[in-house]
Ligand binder design. Structure first.
Ligand code: ADP
Ligand code: MG
Length: 489
């Protein structure tokens, strides 16, 4: 195996930085290809200087010094290095920081691709069992190989430590930790699903950070389904699907975020299916996230759905008041201004949609407070957050209604769209339809579609039936009232 790293540690990576003392750098001669513009090459030189002071001279000499800036394509900087081993090592240990520094010097650079500029013998020697592609029409003079860990950059804030755990997300959190902390494969795949802004991406990044930290030799690739498709389409366009396949099939852990994106995109699904199977066959960890559970995903092939169910399916539920308050307190404690408890309670009570909005609300209030020097009070919150609060009042989704109804009657989400007619599920389903009509602005056909493609007349019938029952059956009336109260918060 060419990325055999037995015992090698990134030299100096943790050996205390050289600090600011000797900050007079020897003239940084950055190897840069002649096709790179002077502005970019200066930014690269500054990024290199930053990397040197972060990692120290020795690590710099071994790993970062040998990089050559080949080109910038779009927002991606292409860096080359002499061997595949170096490329893999630098890629898994330094790539995020290289991007961090480069992007800091030049915000237009949003990605870094590392390629191995392999000298003839190594390039000509296919790995055992690997079929070489016939000479590619676009093959360059030297063999460039795309980076073998096709990961997107990770957000430094998204760690397990900064994730606040509560009832709604404890299962997903525990599952994510278990996967990240085990060297074997506890369940495969791990499928995390839940509504928007509830922490799925945060958890995936946290896993990737943890795995890279604990087992740096494992190659972790985190990518959104959208980017996956984008790369696949590029590969098709440039007749380069072999190296695309190779990239994704050579990782140890593959995480694909927002898989619902590939719904209806048949070729991408097909490709993903094969990648997925190849990795599962070799006992590599796969982690997938989506906005719905496998069985609720539409536009995705049955065979893929059934494979998603092989492992562990963990859902992230909508936040509760306690969790929202916890998240607000955690977030507020990292900010400069002091939020009185009453204000945090007010926000936790009023903003129920998702965590992103909670964070947005705090940032907005902090900005106001510092700009106009207002003290943070409930009145100020009500004023500054007017529009958000109004949107939160109005916005109840059919999905939330279904979830609440299922939780209340202790039935499964799939019963909302199933054809089962047993009273124990049919009645709650009718109540959910009734609430959807009452609490959202959706039309009858739209509501019908969300309940397993039922006809609008079925919805109409349900609405009438529940109205009737509310008038004569106090226990049903009470159920409905409790649900309305829960949903309106
Ligand atoms: P999703 O991918 O589910 O749409 P994200 O992971 O992007 O949601 O989360 C949205 C924002 O909310 C992020 O800034 C994330 O850090 C934050 N967030 C979500 N859940 C939590 C949590 N339990 N604790 C702390 N922050 C959270
Ligand atoms: Mg996300």
């Amino acid at each position: 195996m060419e990325n055999e790293t037995g015992g090698v540690r990134p030299v100096g990576a943790s050996a205390g930085s050289t600090g600011k003392v000797a900050s007079v750098d020897p003239p940084v001669s950055s190897p840069v290809s002649s096709s790179v513009s002077p502005t970019v090459s200066k930014a690269w030189a500054r990024a290199r200087a930053g990397l040197r002071s972060e990692f120290g001279d020795e690590a710099f000499r071994s790993w970062i010094g040998p990089l050559t800036l080949e080109a910038v394509r779009g927002s991606t900087a292409i860096l080359s290095i002499k061997s595949r081993f170096l490329r893999d090592w630098v890629s898994s240990n330094y790539r995020d920081r290289i991007l961090g520094h480069f992007n800091g010097e030049m915000p237009a650079i949003e990605a870094v691709d590392l390629v191995a500029k392999v000298s003839a013998p190594e390039a000509g020697a296919p790995r055992a069992g690997e079929a070489r592609s016939p000479a590619r029409p676009d093959a360059a003079a030297h063999e460039d190989e795309a980076d073998s860990t096709p990961s997107l950059p990770l957000e430094p804030r998204y760690t397990f430590d900064s994730f606040v755990v509560g009832k709604p997300n404890e299962l997903a959190y525990a599952a994510a930790q278990r996967v990240a902390d085990s060297e074997d494969i506890p369940f495969n795949p791990l499928f995390i699903h839940g509504g928007v802004g509830l922490g799925k991406t945060h958890l995936m990044h946290a896993m990737a950070w943890r795995i890279r930290e604990r087992t740096p030799w494992r190659r972790v690739a985190y990518i959104s389904a959208e980017k996956f498709m984008h790369r696949f389409v590029q590969a098709l366009r440039f007749n380069d699907t072999l190296s695309f396949k190779d990239q994704f099939r050579s990782v140890d852990v593959l995480m694909v975020d927002d898989i619902q994106f590939i719904a209806g995109k048949d070729a991408t699904q097909e490709e993903f299916f094969h990648t997925f199977n190849a990795l599962m066959d070799e006992r590599r960890q796969v982690v997938v996230s989506a906005d719905k559970s496998p069985s609720e995903l539409s536009g995705i092939e049955e065979r893929l759905i059934s494979r998603f169910n092989w492992g562990l399916v963990a859902d992230v539920h909508p936040t509760t008041y306690e969790l929202r308050l916890g998240i607000l307190q955690a977030k507020a404690s990292t900010m400069d201004c002091r939020f009185p408890d009453k204000v945090l309670e007010f926000i936790a009570h009023k903003i129920q949609s998702n965590v992103r909005e909670l964070e947005g609300a705090l940032n907005r209030m902090a900005a106001h407070a510092s700009l106009v020097g207002r003290t943070l009070t409930i009145e100020m919150a009500a004023d500054v957050l007017k529009d958000v609060l109004r949107a939160n009042e109005r916005h109840i989704t059919i999905e939330e209604i279904q979830r609440s109804v299922c939780a209340h009657f202790n039935i499964k989400m799939t019963d909302m769209s199933s054809a089962r007619r047993a009273r124990a599920v049919a009645r709650p389903r009718q109540i959910a339809m009734y609430l959807a009509k009452m609490l959202t602005s959706r039309s009858l056909p739209e509501i019908g579609r969300k309940f397993g493609n039922r006809d609008h007349t079925t919805v109409m019938h349900a609405v009438r039936k529940i109205e009737e029952l509310r008038a004569i059956d106090p226990s049903i009336n009470e159920d409905v009232e409790i649900l309305i109260r829960t949903l309106r918060g």
